[in-house]
Design a protein around this ligand. Structure first.
Ligand SMILES: [Mg+2]
Length: 174
C-alpha cells in the first residue's frame, strides 16, 4: 500500500470518550489497542482521570477488550495501568510505528486484526503503525500540548497533512 494511504486515519474522533461501544460493534471491533500519552492522559501525567476510567469500564462491560500500547517506558506505562481498578494488558517501549507491538497486542487480546482498532493522537506513530498492521485506526485530538520536543516538531507536518485530508474530504467520523 502506498505510504500516503497508510497515513490516513480510518476515523477521527475528538476525544476517546466519544468512541462508544455501539460504534465499535457496528464495525465488528471487539478490541481496542490504545495509546497512552495525550490519548488517555496528559503527557507524563500520573494516574487516570475519572471520566477515562469510567469510559474504560464501560468498554469492558460492553465486551470490548483493551490493551495499552505506548512508546513511553515501562515505569510510566506500568504505573498508569496499576492505577486502574481492573488490570489491563500493556506494552511499553512499543517503537511505534513499527508493527511488532501491535501484533503482540493482538496476541494478548486473542483477536485478529480485522476485529480490533488502534486509537491514538499521532498520525506518524499510531495511525501509520496501525494501518501497517492492518487495523482500523482512530485518530483522537491530543489532550494537551505538552510532549517531547521532537513530537512538537512532527506536529507541524501532521497539521499540514490533516488540513489536506480535511480539504479533500478524506476525514471520516466513526
Ligand atoms: Mg500519544
Amino acid at each position: 500500500m502506498a505510504v500516503r494511504k497508510l497515513l490516513v486515519p480510518g476515523a477521527v474522533v475528538g476525544h476517546v470518550t466519544g468512541i462508544r461501544p455501539a460504534m465499535l460493534s457496528a464495525r465488528g471491533v471487539r478490541g481496542l489497542i490504545i495509546d497512552l500519552d495525550n490519548t488517555l492522559t496528559h503527557w507524563n501525567a500520573p494516574g487516570c482521570a475519572p471520566e477515562i476510567a469510567a469510559w474504560l469500564a464501560d468498554l469492558r462491560h460492553s465486551g470490548v477488550a483493551v490493551c495499552i500500547v505506548s512508546n513511553n517506558g515501562p515505569a510510566r506505562v506500568g504505573a498508569f495501568c496499576a492505577s486502574l481498578s481492573e488490570p489491563v494488558p500493556w506494552i511499553a517501549q512499543a517503537r511505534k510505528p513499527r508493527r511488532s507491538a501491535y501484533l503482540r497486542a493482538l496476541a494478548l487480546l486473542d483477536l485478529p486484526a480485522s476485529s480490533a482498532a488502534v486509537v491514538g493522537d499521532q498520525v506518524f506513530t499510531d495511525i501509520f503503525g496501525g494501518n501497517r498492521a492492518g487495523l482500523l485506526t482512530i485518530l483522537v485530538s491530543p489532550l494537551g500540548r505538552r510532549e517531547f520536543a521532537a513530537t512538537r516538531l512532527v506536529r507541524v507536518v501532521e497539521a499540514l497533512w490533516l488540513r489536506r485530508l480535511h480539504a479533500g474530504g478524506a476525514v471520516r467520523s466513526l
